[in-house]
Design a protein around this ligand. Sequence first.
Ligand code: CA
Length: 225
Amino acid sequence: MKQILIVEDEAKLAQLEADYLHAAGFGSTILSDGLEVVPWLRLHRADLVLLDLMLPGRDGLELCREIRAFSAVPIIMVTARIEEIDRLLGLELGADDYICKPFSPREVIARVKAVLRRLQPPKPEPTEHALMLDSSCFRVRAGGRETELTVVEFELLQALYRQPGRILSRQRLMDLIYPDQRIVSDRTIDSHIKKLRKKLAELLPGTEVVHSVYGAGYRYEPPAG
Ligand code: CA
């Protein structure tokens, strides 16, 4: 659970923020005195600080600078005067966002979420996109889904899949699929590939793994990730 430190000397407002944060799935701690903030942050983990500008003890400006000296925790500054925001921006305090009072608790939640989202390191591409072929039942799995292929579709996919990046000609595919040299036309391969690609497109929407190489044949490219 993400922990939000609320630094706010108006007790009612602080509690309201805490309640809304809680309802949105965040944990919170309230500090009302500016002097408590830095010692608290040195001992506890906070994922974000909602920092009121006007505080007893030490004001939000000083606090923001002090926090930045030792922590990169996201900070949203809260001010009672909208015209203050320009001045704060000019000071380049290192705050991540600014909110002006009076605000709706909903707005605070939206800002908190937006800042956390923005600062989140990009997730690595899910590896679940990798294709898994199950030759015992001619099924292929990817992205948590699976689909059943015909025997020919499965064999075509398997032939391409085993040599990623390599172009296999229609003739080569025909030899692999029909080792008994049955006479099949290029068109047959094309029509099986077409159906195969349609099924794969349902498994991996927006990703093409079986590429058609004009005049040459087909190539399997593993999905990214
Ligand atoms: Ca205040």
